[in-house]
Design a protein around this ligand. Structure first.
Ligand code: ATP
Length: 320
């Protein structure tokens, strides 16, 4: 990572720090006082998310106070903000700026209006038909392919961080994971519910029961692809892999290269193959996102059932 400092003066004093980065980061600095904070939308590991007004409705992710005490974490946060400003893609949440002056550290993005895929799949128990599932997956691969092309690893790709707005996919929370520490308490490593099944074997094998010294996991583009595999599984099955199994068992199985069985999944071979490719134990054997996009584009489209009571639909499908 290139360290980024914000507080260097414009007329020099940049020392070892890239002056250009310091200046361009300032352009994205939003004074906390300029935000009109409204209701809290939710709470996550990193902090709280609020709706706010700043030239219209925005989402403000206010980071936990832990960050303020740790100089190194603060630098990581700033480096991540420098990354965010490079992102412009229709399937990625719009980064609008950040509050970078302690005591307020916050990321300001566009406000997503739809629900997350997690809500659709796990809370509302909605079932998507395969054509819709494929369209969603294609949009995720496009957004992720763009992120990787920009050198950004998501590190926390999961259905809770993917919104669906009128059929359009919006990916959020990219690159933030390294700003947070794994949660260790007296009892050992705290594992957030539904998080483990997104972790690639090479990451799983780095999890320690006690707090290690260097605790950042070795995330990579390939570990994002593994996480995407789990999203694809949720879209197809409506549940998490290794459902209801204790964390120790999931860590042991995945770390040794075992996968969720697909025996009960009623779908085509091609669809299952994509899943197995993403979940490949060997990092180099996982496809990248452009390759995945091609695989999705090649999937045969399932024909819509024709109903005599819907002549419009019938004539449309006849045109196709
Ligand atoms: P974790 O911290 O473990 O990733 P999480 O994803 O629930 O859990 P946050 O990402 O902090 O936590 O999000 C908290 C809440 O805010 C969630 O309900 C999330 O859907 C919502 N949220 C986050 N970003 C936005 C956004 N840009 N627009 C609308 N809602 C958002």
């Amino acid at each position: 990572r290139t360290p980024v400092r914000l507080d260097s003066t414009e007329d020099g004093d940049s020392g070892n720090w890239p002056r250009q980065n310091s200046l361009s980061l300032k352009e994205w600095d939003i004074p906390y006082g300029d935000l009109k904070m409204l209701e809290k939308i939710g709470q996550g590991r990193f902090g709280t998310v609020h709706r706010a007004m700043w030239h219209g409705s925005v989402a403000v992710k206010l980071l936990k106070e832990d960050y303020l005490a740790d100089e190194q974490m603060l630098e990581v946060f700033k480096a991540e903000v420098a990354n965010f400003k490079k992102t412009r893609h229709e399937n990625l949440v719009l980064f609008m700026g950040a509050c970078m002056n302690p005591p307020y550290l916050a990321i300001v993005t566009s406000l997503c209006k739809g629900n997350t895929l997690y809500t659709h799949i796990h809370s509302r128990r909605e079932k998507f038909v395969i054509n819709k599932t494929t369209l969603i997956a294609q949009q995720i691969t496009q957004g992720m392919g763009y992120l990787h092309a920009r050198g950004i690893i998501h590190k926390d790709l999961r259905t809770k961080n993917i919104f669906l707005e009128n059929g359009k996919v919006i990916i959020t929370d990219f690159g933030l994971f390294s700003s947070t520490k794994l949660l260790y308490c007296d009892k050992g490593l705290g594992v957030p519910l539904g998080w483990l099944c997104y972790l690639a074997p090479e990451l799983m094998r780095c999890l320690m029961p006690c707090k290690p010294t260097g605790e950042i996991l070795p995330f990579s583009a390939a570990s994002d692809v593994y996480s995407f595999g789990t999203v694809w599984y949720e879209l197809l099955c409506g549940e998490f892999p290794f459902k209801s199994q204790p964390p120790e068992s999931i860590i042991w199985q995945v770390g040794r290269g075992m996968k969720q069985t697909l025996a009960n999944l009623q779908t085509s071979r091609d669809v299952k193959d994509i899943l197995m490719l993403c979940w490949h134990y060997t990092v180099d054997d996982r496809p990248d996102f452009p390759k995945l996009l091609t695989l999705f584009e090649r999937l045969p489209k399932k024909r819509l059932a024709r109903s005599p009571s819907h002549p419009i639909q019938l004539s449309r499908s006849a045109e196709a």
